[in-house]
Ligand binder design. Structure first.
Ligand SMILES: [Zn+2]
Length: 436
């Protein structure tokens, strides 16, 4: 008993001694930091971390650890060995290779140095927020929303649109924003594209859901028309992505993803209403199952797909309420297939939902093959390099009539490809009418 007690005491004495020795080594470390900074003049192509030290003994080993602020299923951060050149240590992050984190992202770093005498120094963490320094940004804020812009006076009106979109998501669906979002509104799409490496050259807006950042190109002349729809639409994609984040490969069917985003825009636009009326009159709606994956690349068909998706989501919400809608997002995030999740929450699969919705719209039942081909968005985990957008970009307003329309990959349901084209056209028409 006594021996055990002594061992017990000895263990703690030993630990105490170790701590004391390492503490004194650290405290006596003769290495002192002169300057610890980050040069971001090359952002978004590259940034350079630089540390100047005063070290009496030669620095023999140095590593840099850096981490960007993002929500990820994998533990982030990277540790890189650094070549030592005297008392200056520097390491350049070539974003041209990795893709860049978007403006608004914070990076935190710390250096660990060892000298020839065995002294070690770990520098206190430093933080820097990447920003697009080409413009003089102005900022307006609301709860958990920061909207930055530099051209015209579009900030307040676009922030209003964002706040109303969030209110609709919260009040009508019970889906709340989890973390602060930064929206950067560029004066045009070309300016915006220069802030992001590897972005499609027709992109007009892009949501980085892992970073809680949205970049959009909205000319001041479209802020009160197209901007009022596209801001809540993109924000809804980001909020739903936060709410339904999946680390097990779960994904949402496109009709749910886009239906929620169009719903967040508010009362359906004349264009959405007209597409629904046309669909009813011509009995021309798509099988809902086919809208699990990517929408058609063609403008008119895509418009119908977005309108049908909106109508289906509105039906679910108005008929069954908001709790099952929240539940379906969470069940899909847990990795269930669309059919299995719908069965679990509502008691019907995609075809059953389509039949109910068609009856509600006054349409005859569609002949559904007895053994439907499952066309679920494949739960294939996509490896996205650092900084690449999590969803495909929105076409720009200015290029609405000349966008090379690209089909989105079926594996990624958080996609916004061409459905906004009708909205863009409406926006342009309104603008032109106002000028007339
Ligand atoms: Zn969308």
């Amino acid at each position: 008993m006594k021996t055990r007690f002594l061992r017990f005491v000895g263990f703690f004495v030993g630990i105490g001694l170790l701590i004391a020795v390492s503490h004194s080594l650290y405290a006596q470390s003769p290495i002192t930091v002169q300057r610890d900074g980050l040069d971001d003049s090359g952002y978004p192509r590259r940034v350079t971390f630089r540390l100047d030290v005063d070290a009496p003994a030669e620095i023999t080993q140095a590593t840099l650890h850096y981490d960007v602020s993002k929500v990820s299923c994998l533990d982030g951060g990277a540790t890189v060995p650094v070549t030592i050149e005297g008392d200056t240590l520097q390491w350049t992050w070539e974003m041209v290779r990795s893709g860049n984190p978007p403006p608004g992202t914070a990076v935190t770093w710390s250096w660990t140095l060892t000298d020839a005498d065995g002294h070690t120094l770990t520098t206190p963490p430093q933080t820097h927020t990447f920003s697009d320094n080409r413009y003089n940004w102005r900022t307006v804020e609301a709860d958990n929303l920061k909207l930055h812009w530099y051209e015209g006076n579009v900030g307040p009106t676009l922030l209003d649109a964002a706040v109303h979109g969030l209110e609709r998501l919260e009040n009508e669906m019970g889906i709340e924003l989890q973390d602060e979002v930064n929206l950067f509104i560029y004066g045009d799409t070309a300016d915006m594209r220069d802030a992001v490496l590897y972005i499609q050259d027709w992109a007009g807006g892009v949501a980085f859901s892992e970073y809680n950042v949205i970049l959009m190109g909205i000319p001041p002349s479209l802020a009160n028309t197209w901007g009022q729809d596209v801001v809540p639409h993109e924000l809804a994609h980001l909020v739903v992505a936060q709410y339904g984040r999946s680390c097990v490969g779960g994904s949402r069917p496109n009709w749910l993803e886009e239906g929620l985003a169009v719903y967040a825009e508010g009362d359906p636009s004349p264009d959405v209403r007209a597409a629904i009326e046309r669909g009813i009159a011509n009995n021309s709606f798509e099988p809902l199952r086919s809208l699990n994956g990517a929408f058609s690349a063609h403008g008119t068909e895509a418009g119908v797909a977005y309108s049908q998706s909106y109508s289906t989501v509105a039906y679910l919400l108005e008929t069954y309420g908001r709790e099952p809608l929240q539940q379906i997002i969470l069940t899909l995030a847990a990795g269930k297939s669309t059919d299995a999740a719908l069965e679990e929450v509502y008691g019907f699969n995609v075809d059953g939902l389509e039949l109910e919705w068609r009856a509600h719209m006054g349409l005859p039942p569609r002949d559904i093959p007895p053994t439907p081909t499952p066309i679920n968005p494949a739960a294939i985990p996509t490896i996205v390099p650092e900084g690449l957008p999590a969803s495909l970009p929105t076409p720009p307003a200015a290029a609405a009539t000349a966008v090379p329309l690209t089909n989105a990959p079926a594996a990624n349901p958080g996609i916004c490809n061409v459905g906004l084209v009708p909205l863009l056209l409406v926006g342009l028409l309104f603008t032109r009418r106002r000028r007339d």
